[in-house]
Each structure stands twice: as structure tokens, then as C-alpha cells.
Design a protein around this ligand. Structure first.
Ligand code: PEP
Ligand code: MG
Length: 555
């Protein structure tokens, strides 16, 4: 019988296929190989899969597998497994249990990215266990929808892509690795579907609509019809968006807005420029600080930043100083547990506690600028007021005197704390640019924890309070007559309706995930500047984010 389930839309597109339930390998069994030999096989496999993704230009995903290859060789995991084996456990059970132990440490972390590592460790342990038990890799035999609680990237990339039609998962979120990979590979996916695996177990066929988050078990003729209709619409949308990729970001009457990219590492930078980015509006430098036992040194950082400036070939690169601490814990920068890490010692607030952290990073940025002769833009996260800005300025001045041959950097701040909005006039006078971080600004303005799924519906930057905050920052910058530029680098910039509102409010630089370029350019090109301004004015007077969304849907 047909039944329809609802989850979180994770990757657009519609597909139907045979039900293929992915079950993790057994937690025990008779071992045919030693832990060490099985781990070696796992390392080889993961490195090979990583290389294949790298060859295909899928750098983000390649990195996930490369990190997993390192985990498979890691003594933390293998040592625990060996200890268990020495205590009498079978190697298969020992490695699975060791994986659980290591994963449990990651799973307690508040940060979604680090918590996602728990799934990666479990997956690595399962792969080693599979080799130890001498079991075959999972294989699809016909066009299928993969159904499971979670799906590790390493499993996804191993499945025959010609037969992998779609993904439906009981667990996961829009930002889980399974969802990120599905989007990158263009595989329709729905995640977070309660009760899915049990209910799908008896089904033969599954349909997924990755745009609306609908999963249909054993679709009947009417449901297949609806899915076919949704598929045609999704394909038309994708093709229409793609047609805009080579065009500038501009309104229908030719008002140009800078289209910048958000990236997390040098490899992504080159890919962003290939996708048409005019510059990098947010280089999240903190990614290079996580997943390692000690911070990257000045030389290592300088060569990474140099690589980025060279790839940019004169285009603007905004290096955000490491936004760590609080919700993004780093093991080698121990911080006492905080009851409210989002309101804790985070980002620029770490300057006092770790006096080397930012000077090292700033010297590295300036050395990269000196070597390439390019001007770097330096952006400080979580600046609350003029005192924070003064700290940032002092740190930059000190670094500049240590690297006197570097071109003078552009200096900016993220506006993501409500106090910075209230003080935007004063702050605008002290910087070259302000970039609005709508992710945190929404969280702090509306008092909704951005990591709390129970509040997901309230985390909407289209809320009139956020729009009024943006308007205020734009006004403060405008009063500086060109001396202070305003950008938005939160997720709102990569949302079609959000981008239209931001341009209507007068923002002239949007920085987003390059995968959003096509959809945003198409949406913005559908309206004149005056129309967007009129829409934004109406949105400012709305009473809720829902009302703003409805207004945009009707526009
Ligand atoms: C933001 O807060 O909007 C932002 C861009 O920074 P992050 O998401 O990295 O906190
Ligand atoms: Mg932020």
C-alpha cells in the first residue's frame, strides 16, 4: 500500500527505484584477517576513493575520504581495538566497539561539523570490520533508492552511480555529510525521516522528492504521476538555473551586484573561481585548525594563504580570522566547559586567552600578501563593539610592523552580534568593509540556537527583525560615502528569496556557496532594482518570517 513520509529536503531532484536498505555490517563475527591487515586494506581503499573524487574535481568530498583514510591508520582507534582483542574480544567486534568509543567523544561536541565526524569514525570502523570478517562491499543490482539510518560518504561513492537513483535517510540533517555529498553528486535526497527504515523494510519501491522532502513507499499510479510531475519541474528548474551561471549577478534593469563565494580551503577557492566567483567574500580559515593535534604554524598558514591569493589572481579574498571556540571546540585550545557556548569565549574573544593565535595568523596572511604583492582583506568574527575593533586593529598593526613589506590590508568585521548592528555607525567609521553574518545574527536577534533542530522553523533570516538589522547596517555604511562597503556572507545570500531581499535593501555584495550561483542569479534577474526595493520595503513591515516568505512567493 502506498504511504507518504515527510523529512528534510537535502538534495533536489526526484527519483524512484527499488528499495535497497543499507544496514551497517554486523557488530561481530568470525575474523578472517587481523585488525592491522584489515586497517591497511581500508586505508588503501579510502585513499583510492579519495583520489577518484579528486580526479573528478570533488574536492570537499575527497577531503572527507582522505580524513577517513587517516582515521583508519590512527592509533587511537586501532590501539583501542587491539586492547579489546587482548581482553578476549573477536577482532570484528573489537574494532566496531572501538569505533563506537571514539565516535562517542565526537558525538558529544556541540558543533555539527565535529559531531559529523562521529559518523565518519563509525564508518571507518565498519569498513575495517568488513575486511576483518571477509565480507563483500555493498552492491546495487538495479536502479535503487538507498534507505538507511545514515549513509557514510565512503559507502555512497562506492555504490554504482548509474544504479544509485536516490537517497532516503532516517537520520541526518541538511548539513550532514550524506546530504552534502548527495548535493555535490546531484543525487536526490531526503534526510531526517522519522521511522523510515522500519516502514520501508516491507516496501518494494521508493520515490523521493528531494525538493519537498517527501518519501513515497510503494507509490501507486497517482503517486507516480505526482512524482513524475515534480521531476519535470525539478529538471526545468535545474536547467533554467544553469543557464544563468555564466551571467553576472544583476537585476533585470542591469543593476550589478558582486557575486562572491564562501570557501573553507585553498582547493575550494580555485573551484569557486571556475564556477564564476568574482572573489572570495568569506574564507573560513578555522577549518584548517580543526581535526589535528596542534595549530597550523605560521609557515604552513602562510603557504595556504599564498596559494589562495595566487588562485585569485588579483580578485578580492576576505580572510576571516579563525572563528573557533564555543561551538567549534579545538582540542589543543582547551576552554572550560561553558553552559552557553554560543554566548561564550568564541572567535575574537579568544585573543586574550590565546595571545599567539591571532598574531601568528595575521603575520601569515600578511606574509602571503607580501609574497604575492596582493592586498589581503582581513575580517574579524564576532566583533561586538568599538573596543573589540580596537583590539583587532592593534593586532593587525603589530603584525604589519613584523611584515613591513606587505601591502596595507583592507580591514573589516563580521556584523553578526546585535550590538554591532546598534553600533553600526561607529563601527563603519573604523573599517573598510562590514560583512553581515546572517546565520549568527538570526540566532542572536531571535534567540534561537542555530544548532537546535527543535527551533529549525524559527531560524529564518527572512524575519523582519533581521531585515531591519540589515537595513540599519546598509544605512550606516552608506553614510560613509563609499569608504565602507557592505556585504552579506550568511546563508541568506545563497537563498534566492533572501538574495532578492538583500539587494532590495541595498546590499551590493553577496557571498555564498558557489552551488547557489545559478538559482540566485536567475531569481535576481527576474526583477528590476526598484521592484526589489519595493518588495524589501514591504518585507520590513511584515509581522513574521512566514509573512515575508509568502510575500516573496507571490511576487
Ligand atoms: C554567519 O554567522 O552568518 C557566518 C557567515 O559565519 P558562520 O556561519 O561561520 O558562523
Ligand atoms: Mg558566524
Amino acid at each position: 500500500m502506498t504511504s507518504e513520509l515527510h523529512g528534510v529536503p537535502a538534495a533536489p531532484g526526484v527519483a524512484t527505484g527499488a528499495t535497497w536498505i543499507h544496514r551497517p555490517p554486523p557488530a561481530g563475527g568470525v575474523a578472517t584477517r587481523s585488525i592491522a591487515a584489515s586497517a591497511e586494506l581500508a586505508v588503501e581503499e579510502l585513499e583510492r576513493l579519495g583520489m577518484r573524487l579528486r580526479d573528478e574535481g570533488r574536492l570537499d568530498e575527497a577531503q572527507i575520504l582522505e580524513a577517513q583514510a587517516m582515521m583508519a591508520a590512527d592509533d587511537e582507534l586501532l590501539g583501542r581495538a587491539r586492547e579489546r582483542q587482548a581482553d578476549g574480544e573477536d577482532p570484528v567486534a573489537a574494532i566496531v566497539a572501538a569505533g563506537e568509543e571514539v565516535a562517542a567523544v565526537f558525538a558529544t561536541m556541540d558543533d555539527e561539523l565535529l559531531a559529523a565526524r562521529a559518523a565518519d569514525v563509525r564508518d571507518v570502523a565498519a569498513r575495517i570490520a568488513r575486511h576483518a570478517a571477509g565480507t563483500d562491499a555493498p552492491r546495487l543490482e538495479r536502479r535503487s533508492i538507498v534507505v538507511g539510518t545514515d549513509l557514510a560518504p565512503s559507502v555512497t561513492v562506492e555504490l554504482d552511480r548509474a544504479l544509485l537513483a536516490g537517497i532516503a535517510l532516517e537520520g541526518g540533517s541538511r548539513t550532514s555529510h550524506a546530504a552534502i555529498l548527495a548535493r555535490a553528486l546531484g543525487i536526490p535526497a531526503v534526510v531526517g525521516v522519522p521511522g523510515l527504515v522500519d516502514r520501508a523494510a516491507a516496501s518494494h519501491e521508493v520515490g523521493v522528492d528531494g525538493a519537498s522532502g517527501i518519501v513515497v513507499l510503494d507509490p501507486d499510479a497517482a503517486a507516480l504521476d505526482r512524482l513524475a510531475h515534480a521531476a519535470a519541474e525539478a529538471e526545468a528548474t535545474r536547467a533554467a538555473d544553469e543557464a544563468f551561471l555564466g551571467l553576472p549577478l544583476a537585476t533585470s534593469d542591469g543593476h550589478r551586484v558582486h557575486c562572491f563565494a564562501n570557501v573553507g580551503d585553498p582547493a575550494e577557492t580555485a573551484a569557486a573561481f571556475a564556477a564564476g566567483a568574482e572573489g572570495i567574500g568569506l574564507f573560513r580559515t578555522e577549518f584548517a585548525f580543526s581535526g589535528r593535534p596542534s595549530p597550523p604554524g605560521e609557515d604552513e598558514q602562510a603557504s595556504a594563504y599564498e596559494q589562495v591569493l595566487r588562485a585569485a589572481d588579483g580578485a578580492r579574498i576576505v580572510f576571516r580570522l579563525a572563528d573557533i571556540g564555543g561551538d567549534k571546540p579545538i582540542p589543543y585550545l582547551p576552554l572550560p566547559p561553558e553552559p552557553n557556548p554560543f554566548l561564550g569565549v568564541r572567535a575574537i574573544r579568544l585573543a586574550e586567552r590565546y595571545p599567539d593565535l591571532y598574531p601568528t595568523q595575521l603575520r601569515a596572511i600578511l606574509r602571503a600578501a607580501a609574497r604575492t604583492g596582493r592586498t589581503a582583506s582581513i575580517m574579524a568574527p564576532m566583533v561586538a563593539d568599538a573596543a573589540d575593533l580596537a583590539t583587532v586593529r592593534r593586532l593587525i598593526d603589530e603584525a604589519a610592523s613584523a611584515v613591513p613589506d606587505a601591502p596595507v590590508p583592507r580591514v573589516g568585521i563580521m556584523v553578526e552580534i546585535p550590538s554591532a548592528v546598534m553600533l553600526a555607525d561607529e563601527l563603519a567609521a573604523g573599517v573598510d568593509f562590514m560583512s553581515i553574518g546572517t546565520n549568527d545574527l538570526t540566532q542572536y536577534l531571535l534567540a534561537v540556537d542555530r544548532g537546535n533542530p527543535a527551533l529549525a522553523m524559527r531560524q529564518d533570516p527572512a524575519h523582519p527583525a533581521v531585515l531591519r538589522a540589515v537595513a540599519r547596517v546598509v544605512e550606516a555604511a552608506a553614510a560613509r560615502s563609499g569608504a565602507c562597503e557592505v556585504a552579506v556572507c550568511g546563508e541568506m545570500a545563497g537563498d534566492a528569496a533572501g538574495a532578492m531581499l538583500l539587494i532590495g535593501l541595498g546590499v551590493d555584495e553577496l557571498s555564498m556557496d558557489p552551488r547557489a550561483f545559478g538559482a540566485v542569479k536567475r531569481a535576481v534577474a527576474s526583477r528590476s532594482r526598484a521592484e526589489l526595493a519595493a518588495l524589501a520595503q514591504r518585507a520590513l513591515g511584515a509581522s513574521s518570517a512566514d509573512e515575508v516568505r509568502a510575500l516573496m512567493a507571490d511576487a
